[in-house]
Every structure is written in structure tokens, then in C-alpha cells.
Write a protein that binds this ligand. Structure first.
Ligand code: ADP
Length: 481
């Protein structure tokens, strides 16, 4: 089965969040499951820099005001996959990030930039590369959301699967901007890709794809209700028969404490001495009080409302008063960055805050800390709690989305039955998080039970092989529809 993955970012070349981790790991897992995957990406500078043996396979025609571009094919050796890259320096090679400028302002022509990507998928489905035509196209998140509509518009008889990694980012534009994209006018209606008078890339994916997936079974249920549905719940309920939740996996080539080259000492569930060394190194490096007995709570996250980090800010004083330490790595919301910085300045021996994006430091924090906090308001899957499990850094999470699916609370019965892997709390409030912190600290003081929970956590397998099998089943269903 020839499967074209359409996405805007891919680890390790370009990453702003979990989408890149998925895009980087899924192709190899699909190949092992018997598929022939290739990826299609925009020609951002880091992606072009990672592309070897590149050759031009086609000139993609302009569509409406979406400019013509070259389509390259080459090897993304860092990702172990062959990739088509839409080469258009005018669209993709800019200062700033992939979606916004250096001041975090979204680029004003994002509708053209990402329509260009989606049209490229349709051209490939029509045979733009005569040597490889996809049998199925799998589009990811809003950036690739128009893909199923473009496939239909060109009359390509190639089914599309569409994965929602986060329903909060929908790619919303004006009706006038829609008219620049070269798509049929008749698609711009409520029973199409129009959302209350606006163009909505996400809705296009949800409406036109043969199958929809999202990244956890609980999130698949949650988004069918108004509280989490972000306006799409009605459409998602109508399409519930083709909506599947598939948990993300952990790429063990990148995230495994026994093999991780980015951490000061390796370890596994049988020999945790290396973890103690990682913790000591962290305290030393961060200027925190060097004390093996003080639990370190960590957060590695985008700093946004979604992640519930204002709750963390609110409980920090009590956390420190209870003898714990706190280390955060993150970037995002400017007032939140300032507030965390101020907390660190006030308690330099107990709080460390690093604002920025730093892959090695993320590994060092997750290896060296004791508890990783993910108190999200909503969380489609969440990856850092999975990395926490793998590294014996127990997750303290809110019972929502993929967090609910992947962490088992240390209730007495779960402890007794050897199933507990972390601490789960319900209320999205300061009191809810604080109660979770107190339970985590109580467990931390019960050293025997703590170690047992660590071992259970580290034995959890969140395998990409398993996820790939589930995607294959979805692809077969889409092909049969
Ligand atoms: P989301 O996709 O909503 O940001 P996920 O938990 O699914 O959240 O994925 C986040 C990914 O980004 C993880 O791999 C995490 O380690 C990484 N990450 C987040 N913030 C940073 C940062 N500041 N530095 C390095 N890695 C980060």
C-alpha cells in the first residue's frame, strides 16, 4: 500500500510540537507493517537542508492565486523516509517559525502557503510523479486539512485519511481568502468547508476525508461533545462511524533511558542508579540545592492556556514550601514566560526556569526529575507523560484526553494490583492540582511503593508498531469505502 503522509513538520528536522514526533516516527513503523510510506512537506529551510539526493519530479501548476512550485523528491535520511518537498522559497523560506514570524504573528498568506501543500498532494494523486502514485493520502492537522477537498476537486480516486492532532488550531480564514485558492465555489457552504462564513482548513479535512482519526480514544469521544468539540462536535458526531482514536507511540530510538545519548547516565527499570545520577547532575547543573531526597517536579511544554500552566504557577509557592523543587523548560505565551521567570528569581535554589526550545535539555529534565506535570485543560494525546513513564519520571496528569488513556492513578487498589503508573486528578483548578501534588509527595515518601510504581511505569509499552497496525486497519477501511 503506497501511503503519502502530508504534514507541515517532521522530527528531527523541524518541530514545534507533538505533530513532528508523530510525523517522524510513523513512516518507519508503517514500513515495518508492510506499507510503502512517503511524506510530503513544505520546503522550509531545515527540511530542504535535510533532503539528500534531491531531484525535481514535477512543476506544480498554479491554482487560483496559489503560485506554481517545484516538487522535489529525495531522501530524508534523518527520518529514514523518502520525501516529496514543495520547493517555493517565496512561500516557505522566511524569518521566524513555520507558521508565524519572529513576533509570533501568523503569516498573512498562510492560506496560500498551506493550500500549496494540499494541492501538491492532489497532483501526486493524479500522477505528478509517474514512478510513484499514492494509493491513499494521510493528511495531518489543519495545515494539510484541505488535502481531501483538493483530491475530490481534481477527481483523483484516491481516498484520504485525516488526523486531528489538536482541534484547537483549525486554520481559519476569510471567504475572500477562500476565493484565492482555486477550489470550487460550491465547496464553500456549511455542508463543505465553510464554518459560519469563514474558510476552515480543519473542517475541510473532517468533511471530505474518508476516515478521520485522532490521537487517543478518549479525545475521539471528547471532541464529539460541545465542551471539547471547538465548534466541530456536530460534524464529528455525524461522522462518528469513521472516527477512530489511535494513541501515539514513543519512538524508542529517540526516547529510551537505556540508550539515550543526551542524558548523563543511562538506566533501565532493573538498574535505576543511572537515574539518581541524572538527578544529581540536574541539581548541580541548575544550581538547585543538591539533595537526592527532594523530589523534582518538571514541566516540558509549550506555554499556553491549554496546558494548565497557570495552575502550576498558582501552586508553586506551596510546592516549594513542601520541600520540592521545580524545573520548567518551555516557550510560548509571553506573560506566562515572565511569570515563571519571576518565580525562579524569587526561589533560585528551588525553581529553575528555562525559556526556549532545547531538545537535549528536555531529555535531561525528563530523565533527572521525579515527577512530570501535565495538568492540561484538554490534551489530544500528550507525549511528555509517555516519555515520563518510559524514564520512570512519574506523570502527574489531569484525567483528560490521552492523559486519561495512558496514566493509571495510584489508587490503593491500583497500587495493590501493580497497575499504578502515576497520579491522576480531575478538577481543572488550583485545588485539583494541589491535591494531586500532595498525593504525589505522599507516594514519593513511600519509597518501596514509589519504586514499584516506577517499574510499572517503565514497563508500559506505547509502541509505534501497535499504532501502525491500527493505522493500517484505518487505511484498509478507507480504501474499501
Ligand atoms: P503539543 O503537541 O501539544 O505541544 P505534546 O506533549 O504532544 O504537546 O508534544 C510536545 C513535544 O514537544 C514533546 O516531544 C516535548 O518534549 C516537546 N517540547 C515541548 N516544549 C519543548 C521545549 N521547550 N524544548 C524542547 N522540547 C519541547
Amino acid at each position: 500500500m503506497r501511503v503519502l503522509q502530508v504534514c507541515a513538520e517532521i522530527f528531527p528536522l523541524l518541530k514545534t510540537g507533538g505533530l513532528a514526533d508523530v510525523a517522524g516516527a510513523l513512516p518507519a513503523a508503517l514500513a515495518l507493517a508492510g506499507a510503502q510510506p512517503r511524506v510530503l512537506l513544505p520546503g522550509f529551510a531545515p527540511i530542504l537542508a535535510g533532503l539528500s539526493n534531491a531531484r525535481t519530479v514535477a512543476t506544480l501548476p498554479a491554482r487560483g492565486q496559489v503560485p506554481a512550485a517545484q516538487l522535489l523528491l529525495g531522501d530524508l535520511a534523518a527520518c529514514g523516509v523518502q520525501a516529496y518537498v514543495v520547493d517555493s522559497p517565496a512561500l516557505y523560506q522566511r524569518e521566524g517559525g513555520p507558521y508565524a514570524d519572529a513576533q509570533q504573528r501568523p503569516f498573512t498568506d498562510n492560506h496560500l502557503r498551506f493550500a500549496r501543500l494540499c494541492w501538491a498532494a492532489a497532483e501526486l494523486a493524479l500522477g505528478a510523479d509517474p514512478s510513484w502514485r499514492p494509493g491513499l493520502v494521510h493528511a495531518h492537522d489543519w495545515h494539510a486539512g484541505l488535502t481531501p477537498a483538493c483530491l475530490q476537486a481534481v477527481g483523483a480516486h484516491v481516498p484520504a485519511a485525516y488526523t486531528v492532532h489538536n482541534l484547537a488550531y483549525q486554520g481559519s480564514f476569510s471567504a475572500d481568502q477562500y476565493r484565492q485558492l482555486g477550489l470550487p465555489e460550491l465547496y464553500f457552504q456549511p455542508d463543505g468547508l465553510e464554518f459560519h462564513g469563514t474558510l476552515n482548513f480543519m473542517k475541510a479535512g473532517l468533511h471530505y476525508a474518508q476516515h478521520i482519526t485522532t490521537v487517543s480514544p478518549t479525545y475521539a469521544r471528547e471532541i464529539q461533545h460541545p465542551e471539547q468539540g471547538m465548534g466541530m462536535d456536530g460534524l464529528l458526531r455525524a461522522r462518528a462511524d469513521v472516527l477512530t482514536g489511535i494513541l501515539n507511540g514513543v519512538d524508542e530510538a529517540v526516547w529510551h533511558p537505556a540508550m539515550d545519548a543526551l542524558i548523563p547516565a543511562n538506566y533501565d527499570a532493573g538498574k535505576l542508579a543511572g537515574k539518581a545520577r541524572c538527578k544529581a547532575a540536574l541539581q548541580q547543573q541548575l544550581g538547585l540545592t543538591e539533595d537526592a531526597g527532594k523530589p523534582i517536579f518538571t514541566v516540558v511544554s509549550r506555554l499556553t492556556e491549554q496546558k494548565g500552566l497557570h495552575l502550576v504557577l498558582a501552586v508553586l509557592p506551596q510546592l516549594i514550601a513542601r520541600g520540592a523543587q521545580f524545573a520548567l523548560l518551555g516557550t510560548g505565551d509571553a506573560p506566562m514566560q515572565d511569570a515563571f521567570r519571576a518565580a525562579a528569581t524569587a526561589h533560585p535554589q528551588s525553581i529553575l526556569v528555562r525559556i526556549g526550545y532545547d531538545e537535549p535539555f528536555a531529555h535531561q529534565l525528563i530523565a533527572g526529575a521525579d515527577i512530570i506535570m501535565v495538568p492540561s485543560h484538554f490534551e489530544p494525546c500528550g507525549l511528555t507523560q509517555l516519555y515520563g513513564l518510559a524514564y520512570g519520571t512519574l506523570p502527574l496528569v489531569r484525567r483528560v484526553g490521552g492523559l486519561a488513556d495512558t496514566v493509571t492513578d495510584c489508587s490503593l487498589e491500583a497500587l495493590d494490583e501493580g497497575r499504578a503508573t502515576g497520579v491522576v486528578f480531575d478538577a481543572f483548578s488550583e485545588a485539583g492540582l494541589d491535591a494531586g501534588i500532595r498525593r504525589a509527595l505522599a507516594l514519593y515518601r513511600r519509597r518501596g511503593e514509589w519504586k514499584a510504581v516506577q517499574r510499572t511505569a517503565m514497563s508500559q509499552r506505547h509502541d509505534w508498531a501497535e499504532a501502525a497496525q491500527q493505522y493500517m486497519a484505518v487505511y484498509r477501511q478507507a480504501l474499501a469505502s
